[in-house]
Write a protein that binds this ligand. Structure first.
Ligand code: NAI
Length: 347
């Protein structure tokens, strides 16, 4: 177990087992250099325990980079619960998870991620204060992070369109959105409002039907959405979609979406760069949700101030795109170097 090279960069990997509720989970803290390890909890039916471990390690590293690049006083952490979110959820399961988070005494701060919603976090909050993404009253900052993630992705798409297509508006822009969950459908709403034309796919037919009806989108088969003849591809489902097989078949000029770990390998960023496809590094463009959670957890910002900080994602990406052009390195490598610098790490 200890020779697993994926652990090398991490400060803490905590395995959680609760027999009564059936909870099997892993909490990982990659870095606490800038603050407590903060990042959402994902519930997913992993093919194996090793797949769950790999996912939580990669996601928690991504959170360190994301929080550092968003200038938040937070380190990077993540949790995964092994199970099917549609069948295996129970109050007892999230209560047990809340106790596990509390046992780490603030080293890890949780929130929602794929498969986990606000109601689940309310159960977690019965047992720990190291939780964010809880429903808020009135004008308070925080709550469900997904709309803020979508807002950040929208601002990132504007920055990418300006850098790559030299246009300032999104009217008539053709965008393919993969995944119409909490973030994807909010993103579709913002894009539709800005006049973009949408092509969409999800494994959930009902989600597709709703988005097509509300935002006049065109449905596309799940295995074809990446390869549409569009200006922007926005991956908003799971990670690992950009790799040696998919990249040569892309037609979009820009890849800018919410999914974490979109590149299967770091080298896939170079592949996109060589094809002249502008890639918005995932952990920079999708930081809106954690910016909101951070404001909720730490306090001191109004909802309007949170929106302004989320909108800063646009100029931050514009700077990365400019450096990428100037230094002839892919944007993901520029972002990784900046993040590692902020974390004081060489690798
Ligand atoms: P979600 O679980 O609400 O939505 C994901 C959607 O993707 C679901 O509707 C699912 O049916 C669909 N999907 C799964 N596999 C698919 C496939 N092969 N093709 C098409 N659709 C597929 O998750 P959420 O919260 O919307 O997150 C989406 C992505 O954004 C995830 O990678 C997540 O880690 C990332 N993210 C989310 C944040 C948030 O605030 N919710 C913050 C930062 C990143």
């Amino acid at each position: 177990l200890f020779s697993h090279s994926a652990y090398d960069e991490h400060e803490l990997v905590h395995f959680v087992r609760d027999v009564d509720s059936g909870l099997r989970g892993i909490i990982a803290v990659h870095s606490s250099a800038l603050g407590p390890g903060a990042g959402g909890c994902r519930m997913w039916n992993y093919a194996s325990e090793d797949a769950a471990l790999q996912d939580v390690l990669r996601l928690s590293r991504g959170m360190s980079y994301k929080n550092a690049m968003a200038n938040l006083p937070l380190g990077g952490g993540k949790a995964v619960i092994l199970g099917d979110a549609r069948q295996d959820k129970s109050e007892a399961l999230f209560e047990a998870f809340g106790r596990a988070v509390n046992g780490l005494a603030g080293q890890y701060v949780t929130a929602e991620d794929v498969g986990v919603c606000e109601a689940d976090m309310q159960i977690v909050a019965r047992h720990t204060r190291y939780v964010s993404g809880l429903p808020q009253n009135g004008d308070a900052a925080g709550g469900d992070p997904s709309p803020k993630t979508a807002l950040g992705v929208f601002c990132g798409i504007q920055a990418a369109v300006s850098a790559s297509l030299r246009r300032q508006d999104l009217d008539g822009l053709r965008v393919a959105v993969q995944g119409l969950g909490n973030v994807g459908r909010h993103l579709c709403a913002l894009l539709h409002e800005a006049g973009a034309r949408l092509w969409v796919a999800d494994i959930d037919d009902e989600a597709v039907a709703q988005v097509c009806q509300r935002f006049d989108a065109t449905p596309v088969a799940v295995d074809e959405i990446l390869y549409q003849d569009v200006d922007v591809l926005a991956p908003c489902a799971l990670g690992g979609v950009l790799h040696s097989d998919s990249i040569p078949r892309l037609q979009a000029r820009i890849v800018a979406g919410a999914a974490n770990n979109q590149l299967l390998r770091d080298a896939d960023g170079q592949r996109l760069f060589e094809r002249g496809i502008l890639y918005a590094p995932d952990y920079v463009i999708n930081a809106g949700g954690i910016i909101s959670c951070s404001a909720e957890y730490i306090g001191g910002l109004s909802a309007a101030e949170v929106d302004a900080r989320v909108a800063d994602i646009g100029p931050r990406l514009a700077e990365i795109f400019q450096r990428s052009q100037r230094e002839k390195h892919p944007p993901n490598e520029i972002a990784d170097a900046l993040a590692r610098d902020k974390l004081g790490r060489s690798s």
